[in-house]
Ligand binder design. Structure first.
Ligand code: ZN
Length: 327
């Protein structure tokens, strides 16, 4: 084998032009999806305290922001709604005049070329904050998987009817992708893709999001349906099942602590893979940068490049606008 001194790895690192020529992973604006939070009211622009630079916006402000996102050439947004009223069955999630349905119609009217993806779940809409409806079991209240599927399917259809370009179920119920696919097809929306939160961990990295989306469970936690973060084989099985049920894009969430799962999924499945660079990952960077403890611009670039290098085709990130402006 040829080795030192014939081989010198530093030759291809000598200057930025050469480094640019041999760079294996390149981040582009096409990789980015920008998550946004919609709240009721008008002229609302509420900064999320633990997520500096991220705002909860009323529909009018959301449209303005969506126009800016499109100007940055970011191809897609992912919408989360905070409803006027919550109840036990999450009614506003599938109300044709619910917060998301109004938001989708408004954005599609103002910026038709922007791909509008909607989060499909019940936790922002239920008074108890769980991702499905509850039933009594011998061990107390639990989320009723099969009864929840019907409501998730109804929610996805109402989003598609409002003009959503893609739906993204995040609840982690078994069989939801199939239920949603069948319902979309039955209502004439066979062209609407499903991006499933396929391997979604029960993670402490979601802390700031729950503040933003007001979706913290009122009792218990989500470990009965979200995945145990210790499990990689199970994550791959979840992804395989969602693909069998008809998912078009599969997501790993969170991203940064789960690069091994992204990489394994990339090896096994020939489908687009999305990774969600979640609120806690964003908040850690922002907090450390505010303290002057790290260089935000460089660290964001490094983190997003790593997520892509691991195998993600799409990165859902609150940094999308900042990165797009640099690109
Ligand atoms: Zn949920």
């Amino acid at each position: 084998m040829v080795t030192f001194p014939i081989v010198r790895m530093r030759r291809l690192r000598r200057n930025e032009t050469i480094r640019r020529m041999v760079r294996e992973t390149t981040l582009t604006v096409n990789d980015l999806i920008y998550p946004m939070f919609v709240v009721p009211g008008e002229k609302q622009r509420q900064e999320v305290p633990s997520m500096p630079g991220v705002f909860r916006l009323s529909v009018d402000e959301l449209v303005r922001e969506a126009e800016e996102v499109a100007r940055c050439q970011i191809p897609a947004v992912l919408l989360f709604g905070i409803p006027e009223r919550k109840d036990a069955v999450g009614s506003e999630a599938y109300d044709e005049n619910g917060i998301i349905q109004r938001a989708v119609r408004a954005i599609k009217q103002a910026v038709p070329e922007l791909c509008v993806i909607t989060d499909v779940c019940l936790c922002e809409y239920t008074s108890h904050g769980h991702c499905g409806i509850l039933r009594e079991s011998p061990n107390g209240l639990e989320v009723d998987n099969d009864a929840t599927l019907e409501l998730l399917a109804k929610t996805a259809v109402s989003h598609a009817a409002a003009g959503a370009d893609m739906v993204a179920p995040s609840d982690m119920m078994d069989g939801r992708v199939k239920a949603i696919r069948e319902a979309l097809d039955a209502h004439g929306f066979s062209f609407v893709p499903i991006m499933s939160y396929a391997a979604k961990m029960a993670s402490a990295f979601y802390g700031p999001f729950r503040e933003a989306a007001e979706s913290a469970p009122q009792f218990g936690d989500r470990r009965g349906y979200q995945m145990d973060f210790a499990n990689k084989r199970e994550a791959l099985r979840e992804i395989a099942l969602d693909l069998e049920e008809g998912a078009d894009i599969v997501m790993v969430k969170p991203a940064l602590a789960y690069l091994d799962i992204i990489a394994a999924a990339r090896e096994q499945f020939n489908v687009p893979i999305a990774a969600y660079n979640v609120s806690g990952e964003y908040a850690m960077v922002k907090a450390a940068a505010r303290m002057g403890w790290l260089d935000e611009d460089r660290i964001v670039w490094e983190i997003l490049t790593a997520i892509k290098r691991a195998g993600a085709d799409l990165i859902i990130t609150y940094f999308a606008k900042e990165i797009a402006q640099r690109l």
